[in-house]
Structures are given as structure tokens and as C-alpha cells.
Write a protein that binds this ligand. Structure first.
Ligand code: HEM
Ligand code: CU
Length: 526
């Protein structure tokens, strides 16, 4: 019997301890939040299609971009790949029957939902206008919106992050099948492992910081407000100490997904496996040392800025190692341009553009010109949407036959991959130009000279929206009508492909014994 057949009642789903079912619970919830966050973005792009601020008021606009940011970061990107794909795959990839703590896994979903409801509650009761960054002193002294409720929601979401991170760490340490040594782990598992370490180390700092904001706001204790003896920059240090590592929480799992898809559809071993694993660790570690690059114009010491700038440049090294190794994996490969591969290529290209423009921002002099402009918006969307969301969708397609036992319509999937790629670039590339020309972020109206590029951007957003809605349609269709997939339609090598599709409750009848590395494909064309 498959894991899907283990009970059809709502109760059997809401009380399940099976990592695969919990992955589906997360998949459904984060998809819902993705489209709610997307709706806020749609309103913003609609407003920005004309220079006048004629659709919503400035105050409403502030609430829209805050809702968009908070939802996309904490309710979608952070949990997306770890809690959906990681949950589903990590136990199977290491030859285990489940995560180490199945109940904690289910609890993490409930806590996530509680956080989501708190955030939604704040939005429905009027919203928040601080931006997802909650900068003080605005958030503690001046904002008259639902700051504390939102902080509480994000705090609770952080608890869910920590629960899941701990679960993955313990699982990878203790439940690997015989023969599954560290350097035989699929790179996706390495990525989730490194991400989990960031989750466990960085998230408590976020929780503490948000609590301090709430304490100052509610009780008037002077922490960040200089009038009360506090220090407003302290907030930025604490916030970015979490939030820069958090961008790697969003990015490393995406890198893991690409590292599974690319070898499979190039029929080659991943180029330089060990350096790929070391690069993941290096990025995770360096990610903790660069937060000050968000504060170059904040008045922090120039010497601190020089060090933060230098360290930020260092992150480029392991990132470039990964891009080169994915490319080298393709060299002389027997390449199939399947939908997951298209998504993976989109990921690599867009991440590279996002990473390189990160270097512009990390350059002290240039950042003064670019900071708080649309250039920054373009930069982080190239990383988080072009990068992480593309990879997430690639992963959803790649493992869809495993999770559901059905094939998706390949042609439509390729169409949607191309639409997402084209729509994405049309939306966000003009924003680099706008930022460079000086258009500031977070305004609902702008001078007429910026109109043309903004119209491009809004049209691109419409294409992108179609690209995101299409998979919702054909994947639902595939659930009901899709052709049977067979156990391993891609002839992939990972342990998860050695189980039936969909897998049985405990994944493996007998614990597998691992005798080789993860990417034993036929090899290069000669
Ligand atoms: C690799 C994954 C990355 C992600 C997910 C990411 C994400 C982000 C985000 C979300 C912001 C905007 C924060 C805000 O103000 O709301 C940002 C800004 C910034 N990023 Fe990145 N980033 C990444 C890589 C890099 C790299 C490699 C560098 C430098 C080497 C970099 C340098 C910067 C700088 C300097 C800013 C601040 C710009 C400013 O406010 O003036 N980023 N990034
Ligand atoms: Cu950063």
C-alpha cells in the first residue's frame, strides 16, 4: 500500500506522522500563502503601471509591500524547499524510514499554521506598514499599524523553523543507511543539512530581536530608542545577523535541487562532488559574517564597512565554484531539456545575475548610489525568485512522479518554465535600470520619466503570473488523469528512486545498503 492509501479521512492527514504526508500538508499551505503574497504583489505592479499614485493610497501601498514581504519571506521562501521537498526526500535519500522525530515534524506544521494565522490576522485587521524589515524607531515609536501581532506571527514561524532544522540535523546524523557515508550523501541532503544549521543558529536571534521590538513598543523600555537611552542601529545589526543568513536558508536548498536535476538530465556524475559539498558549508559559514553590508549607509564605522565589504566579496568564491561545477557537469553530457532541467538552467542563470549584482552592492562606493533603490529589489528578486522559486518549481516537477505516481504533461510544463523565465526577466531586469537611474523603492508614485520601464515590469509580472498559475492547473489535472509514472521515469540514481512510486509508508521494505556515491550515471559522451 502506498503512503497516500494509508487513510483517506481528514483526520488521517491531520494526525499523520509520515514525513511524506507532512510534506504534502506543507506543500498545500505554502502554496496558498504564495498566492496570497502574490496577490499583494499584483496590486503593487498594477499601481506602478502608471506614474500617478491612483490605485491605492500611500498608506495602503506601505501595507501591501509589507504583507508581500512578510508572507513571501517567512511563509513561503524559508519553509518552501526544506519543509516540502526536504521533508519528503531527506529520509528516502539517506535510506531511512522517516525523520528522527516524526511527531516534532507534525508539530512543526501546526506551529507554522499558527504563525500563518497570526500574520494573516494582522493583515486582515488592517495590516502593517513597517516593511518586512521592521526597522526601528518607526516600528517601535511611530507606526500605528498591527506591528505586535505580526511580530508574534513571525516569532511563532521561527519556532517552526527551529523544530524542523533540529529534526533534519538529528536525522542526517543518526539515520543514514549502512554505507551512506557523509561523502556519499546527495548534495541535496548536504544543502538541507547546512540550511538546518543556519536555521537553528540564526533564528533564535530573530526571535529575540522581534521580542525586544515588542517590549519597547508595548512597555516603553528603552532598547532601540535613543530618547530612552537605546540604540536604533542595534536593531539593524540584530535583524541582519539573522536575515543575511536567512537568504542562504532560501538559497542553499535551491542549490541542492539543481545539483540533483542537472546530473540526471546530463547523465553525468556531478563535477567535483567534494568541492560542491565544501562550497555549501563555506557559504553557510561565510553567510554569518557579512550582515553589515546592509548597513553601509547607516553611519556604522567605515572600518567595519570595509571588512564587511571584503567578506561579502569572499562569498562569491564558493558561489562561483558551484556555478562552474554545474556548467562543467553539462560538458559533453547527454542532455535532455526536460521541464525540470529548464527550471534548473533558469535557476543557475538567474542566480548568477543576482549574485554578480550582489557584488555591485557590496562595493562601498557604488552601494551609496544604489542602496534603497529598485536595484536592490531587482538583486534580491533575481536571487530569491529567479533562483529559489525556479529551483523549487524544478524540484516539484522532478519529484512529482515519485510523490504522486503520475506523470505531468511535459509540453505544458516546458511552456510554464519558459513563461516563468521570460516573465521573470521582463519584470525584474527593468528594475535594475530603474534603480540605477535613481528610482527609490517603497513609493507608490514616481516621476513620469520612469514610466516606460515600469510598464515593462508590470507587463512582465502578468506573464509571470500566468507562468505560476499554469502548473497549478496541469499538476491538478495530472493528479486525476496523469499517466502512471513507474518507479523511476528519469532513470535517476538516488535512493528515493529505488522505492515504488508513490512510496509505501515506511519507504523501504528492507534498509538499503549503499555501495556507491550518489551520481553514478552512464557518463560523458566521447
Ligand atoms: C546568494 C543569495 C542572496 C540572497 C538570497 C540575497 C538577498 C538579499 C536581500 C533580500 C536583500 C535586500 C534586503 C532589504 O533591504 O530588504 C539584499 C540586499 C543586499 N545584498 Fe544580497 N542576497 C544574496 C547574495 C548576495 C551576495 C553574494 C552579495 C554580495 C557579495 C549580496 C550583497 C547584498 C547587499 C550589499 C545588499 C544591500 C543593498 C542595499 O541595501 O544597499 N547579496 N540581498
Ligand atoms: Cu546580506
Amino acid at each position: 500500500m502506498t503512503y497516500l492509501g494509508e487513510g483517506y479521512t481528514l483526520r488521517s492527514w491531520l494526525s499523520t506522522h509520515d514525513h511524506k504526508r507532512i510534506a504534502l500538508l506543507f506543500a498545500i499551505s505554502i502554496t496558498a500563502f504564495f498566492f496570497i503574497g502574490g496577490a499583494a504583489a499584483a496590486f503593487m505592479r498594477l499601481e506602478l503601471a502608471t506614474p500617478a499614485g491612483d490605485l491605492v493610497s500611500d498608506d495602503t501601498y506601505n501595507r501591501l509591500f509589507t504583507a508581500h514581504g512578510v508572507i513571501m519571506v517567512w511563509l513561503f521562501l524559508i519553509p518552501s524547499i526544506p519543509n516540502v521537498l526536504g521533508n519528503f526526500l531527506v529520509p528516502m535519500m539517506i535510506g531511512a524510514r522517516d525523520l528522527a522525530f516524526p511527531r516534532l515534524n507534525l508539530a512543526s506544521w501546526y506551529v507554522y499554521m499558527a504563525g500563518g494565522i497570526l500574520v494573516l490576522g494582522a493583515l486582515i485587521s488592517g495590516g502593517v506598514d513597517t516593511g518586512w524589515t521592521f526597522y526601528t524607531p518607526f516600528s517601535t515609536m511611530f507606526s500605528d499599524s498591527h506591528v505586535v501581532l505580526t511580530l508574534a506571527g513571525v516569532f511563532v514561524l521561527g519556532v517552526s523553523s527551529i523544530m524542523s532544522g533540529l529534526n533534519f540535523i538529528v536525522t542526517v546524523h543518526t539515520l543514514r543507511a549502512p554505507g551512506m557515508t557523509w561523502f556519499r550523501l546527495p548534495l541535496f541532503v548536504w544543502a538541507i543539512y547546512a540550511t538546518s544549521i543556519i536555521l537553528v543558529l540564526a533564528t533564535p536571534v530573530l526571535g529575540m530581536t522581534l521580542t525586544l521590538v515588542a517590549i519597547e513598543r508595548v512597555l516603553g523600555v528603552g532598547i532601540f530608542d535613543p530618547a530612552l537611552g537605546g540604540d536604533p542601529l542595534l536593531f539593524q545589526h540584530l535583524f541582519w545577523f539573522y536575515s543575511h543568513p536567512a537568504v542562504y536558508i532560501m538559497l542553499l536548498p535551491a542549490m541542492g535541487v539543481a545539483s540533483e536535476i542537472i546530473p540526471c538530465f546530463a547523465r553525468k556524475r556531478i563535477f567535483s562532488y567534494r568541492f560542491m559539498a565544501y562550497a555549501i558549508i563555506a557559504i553557510a559559514a561565510l553567510g554569518f559574517l557579512v550582515w553589515g553590508h546592509h548597513m553601509f549607509v547607516s553611519g556604522q564605522s567605515a572600518y567595519a564597512s570595509i571588512v564587511f565589504s571584503l567578506l561579502s566579496f569572499l562569498v562569491a568564491i564558493p558561489s562561483a565554484v558551484k556555478v562552474f561545477n554545474w556548467t562543467a557537469t553539462l560538458y559533453k553530457g547527454r542532455i535532455t531539456l526536460s521541464a525540470p532541467m529548464l527550471y534548473a538552467w533558469g535557476f543557475v542563470g538567474l542566480f548568477t545575475i543576482g549574485g554578480i549584482t550582489g557584488l555591485y552592492l557590496a562595493s562601498l562606493a557604488l552601494d551609496v548610489h544604489l542602496t534603497d533603490t529598485y536595484f536592490v529589489i531587482a538583486h534580491f528578486h533575481y536571487i530569491m525568485v529567479g533562483g529559489s522559486v525556479m529551483a523549487y518549481l524544478g524540484g516539484i516537477h522532478f519529484w512529482w512522479p515519485k510523490a504522486t505516481g503520475r506523470l505531468y504533461p511535459e509540453m505544458w510544463a516546458r511552456v510554464s518554465a519558459v513563461l516563468v523565465f521570460v516573465g521573470f526577466n521582463l519584470t525584474f531586469f527593468p528594475q535594475y535600470l530603474l534603480g540605477y537611474q535613481g528610482m527609490p523603492r517603497r513609493y507608490h508614485a514616481y516621476p513620469a520619466e520612469f514610466t516606460l520601464l515600469n510598464v515593462f515590469s508590470s507587463c512582465g509580472a502578468a506573464v509571470l503570473a500566468i507562468g505560476y498559475l499554469l502548473p497549478l492547473v496541469y499538476l491538478t489535472w495530472s493528479l486525476l488523469r496523469g499517466a502512471a509514472a513507474g518507479d523511476n521515469p528519469w532513470r535517476a540514481t538516488g535512493l528515493e528512486w529505488q522505492t515504488p512510486s508513490p512510496p509505501p509508508k515506511h519507504n523501504f521494505e528492507d534498509t538499503p545498503v549503499v555501495e556507491a556515491g550518489p551520481y553514478e550515471y552512464e557518463g560523458a559522451r566521447t
